[in-house]
Ligand binder design. Structure first.
Ligand code: G3H
Length: 256
């Protein structure tokens, strides 16, 4: 019965792959919103995908969040990966130390016996501070890494949840709502049509740099994120490998 279950999920993944126009969609059983242990399956599958795509001398940009954090325990050194560098895809994210990009790159690097680069900056910079930061050597160094990134591992958030998590001001929350922000990925907010409606003013990887990457691993699960997923997949680069759970995959399939 279990084999049958998994093969059903493989079919579901294949159907979504075609409909969303992505390179690969992998579906793990369960519903993350009902059962947090689904995150373990998600992390295991995502880590396997990542380890099978990684090659020597590659730069891997990593965003924050629980979904990306779920890969950590399944990462391990593999023969064909010398000189991997994990780079924090963005500056800080306020409170949640254990799931911010800076923490995750350090953990991933430790697990894989690889290098890492962090970037500690406030989440929201004033225009003036932002312009000044752009000339700082530590910032130009990390931006050079973004430019040559081979792979990105990222989560997809619901715009509202991410704005709250980031302590966005009441004024900015109102703007996001007014602009119809539905999803968030790498600090960009997208509307239901997949258009960028807002970007957090902090140093981070640009969408154009993500698009140039050979491999993109997107990890997100739970029915509650379905609107966000559908919004982001309107713009997701074709080379994206998406790892999700059964509940989200079924809900997406019903909407396509
Ligand atoms: O950008 C979106 C967030 O990384 C999603 O975070 O995986 O904790 O829901 P999460």
């Amino acid at each position: 019965a279990l084999v049958y279950e998994w093969s059903g999920l493989t079919q579901l993944g294949k159907a979504l792959e075609q409909q969303l126009g992505l390179q690969h969609v992998l579906v793990v059983p369960g519903d993350y919103n009902d059962d947090e242990t689904v995150l373990t399956l998600l992390g295991k599958e995502a880590a396997q995908q990542f380890l099978s795509t990684i090659a020597n001398e590659q730069v891997v940009a990593v965003t924050g969040g629980k979904s990306v954090a779920s890969l950590a325990q399944f990462l391990q050194p593999v023969d064909h990966q010398q000189n991997i560098t994990f780079v924090a895809a963005r500056g800080g994210i306020g409170h949640e130390m254990h799931m911010q990009a800076n923490t995750l790159v350090a953990t991933f690097a430790m697990q894989m016996d690889a290098q890492h680069r962090t970037l500690f900056l406030p989440e929201h910079l004033s225009e003036q501070a932002y312009q000044a930061m752009l000339t700082e050597p530590m910032v130009t160094e990390i931006m050079a890494y973004y430019d040559r990134a081979d792979c990105v591992i990222h989560g997809i958030g619901s715009a509202e949840e991410m704005a709250i998590r980031r302590n966005t001001s009441a004024e900015d929350l109102r703007i996001l709502e007014e602009k119809g922000a539905v999803s968030e990925a790498f600090g960009y907010y997208f509307n239901a049509e997949g258009q960028i409606v807002h970007r957090i003013r902090t140093i981070g990887i640009q969408l154009e740099q993500v698009e140039k990457c050979k491999h993109i691993i997107a990890v997100a699960a739970g029915k509650q994120k379905v609107n966000a997923m559908l919004s982001y997949f309107k713009v997701a680069p074709k080379q994206t490998i998406f790892i999700t759970d059964e509940a989200a995959a079924k809900a997406i399939a019903e909407r396509l």
